[in-house]
Design a protein around this ligand. Sequence first.
Ligand SMILES: [Zn+2]
Length: 80
Amino acid sequence: MTQYFRNDTPTRRPDRKECKHYYSYLGTLRADFNQRCGYCDDLDRLRIRSFTIDHFVPQNPKDFKHDIPPNFYYNLVYSC
Ligand SMILES: [Zn+2]
C-alpha cells in the first residue's frame, strides 16, 4: 500500500498575487494549506497560535539577490 506524505495538497488560488502586507494573508494561507503546515503537514488545531507565515525564498538572503517582494503570495508558506 502506498503511503503519502499528505492527503490534501495545498491549493494556491490564482487570484491572490499581492496584498498590502504579507501577514494579512494568514487566513487565506491557512485555508489554502488546509489548516496544515506547508513543510511538515502538521495540523494547526492544537497550536494555531504558533503557526505563522514563512517566506520560502528568504526575504534577506546573504548570498544571493532576488526581487521577490515580501508580500508576493506565491512565496508564502503557512507553517508551524
Ligand atoms: Zn511544520
